[in-house]
Design a protein around this ligand. Sequence first.
Ligand SMILES: Cc1cc2nc3c(=O)[nH]c(=O)nc-3n(C[C@H](O)[C@H](O)[C@H](O)COP(=O)(O)O)c2cc1C
Length: 188
Amino acid sequence: MPDIVDLLRSRRSVRAYEDRPVAPELLRRLLVAAMAAPSASNSQPWEFVVITRPAILERLRSKLLFARYNAPAAIAVCANLRIAHNSAARHYWVQDCSAATQNILIAAAGLGLGSVWIGVYPLPSVMAPVRQVLALPEDVTPLSLVYVGHPTEHEPPNGHDRYEERRVYWEQYEPRKRRARKKNAKHE
Ligand SMILES: Cc1cc2nc3c(=O)[nH]c(=O)nc-3n(C[C@H](O)[C@H](O)[C@H](O)COP(=O)(O)O)c2cc1C
């Protein structure tokens, strides 16, 4: 089993997919991963719409400027506060559904699938077409769409490293370090 941190570092947004479907068992594994996410007071305010029909995917693509990729499947991560186990969901549903979204991306990487997070909430211009195409009722709010498929290109195994020591403070924030960062920025 690969080191989990190496897996996270090698994950990339995938925007070009092979022309073959994702097996339903794999889509189900992604949903299991999504619902394993933490949520405030364990409220689990999420619902998911899995889209595999080419006509619906095409309708989404035609209406969403930044989602014109040929993925054979998509999962819409939505919040339905009526089904939340706990009222904390009212305040934390964005974080809860974001955690579920990220779990899908990580699970996809682990299963050898490609994925990309398409932001939906809070932009009304993106939420409205997603609501319409997926026939979402008023009390269901789409947070994200995750495109999933078999990537046409595989990333090099060790991926990129975004770790930056200067972004890290130990124990307390240090204003002096912050100033040094700004000064040095000119030379980078
Ligand atoms: C909230 C959010 C919204 C995003 N929306 C889009 C989007 O609409 N279209 C897209 O192609 N990528 C989208 N992305 C993917 C980011 O562009 C991508 O994660 C970022 O460039 C870093 O690249 P990486 O995922 O390959 O590490 C989104 C990511 C997040 C977290």
